[in-house]
Design a binder for this molecule. Structure first.
Ligand SMILES: [Zn+2]
Ligand SMILES: [Zn+2]
Length: 54
């Protein structure tokens, strides 16, 4: 089953993946395969949703 449509981040490349956090369809460039997230979510998770208190 293929994902149809354009990447919701750059809107210029065909979407090949779906973010498991926000559900956005994103191209290979904007998908973090390790995390299974779009780059937006990967940045958000990296940036401040950890357990550690700063
Ligand atoms: Zn993209
Ligand atoms: Zn996302």
């Amino acid at each position: 089953m293929s994902v149809e449509g354009l990447c919701q981040i750059c809107e210029s490349a065909p979407a090949e993946h779906q973010c498991r956090r926000c559900g956005a369809l994103v191209c290979d460039t904007h998908y973090d395969a390790e995390a299974g997230l779009c780059t937006d979510c990967a940045a958000a998770v990296d940036g401040g949703e950890s357990d550690s208190i700063r």
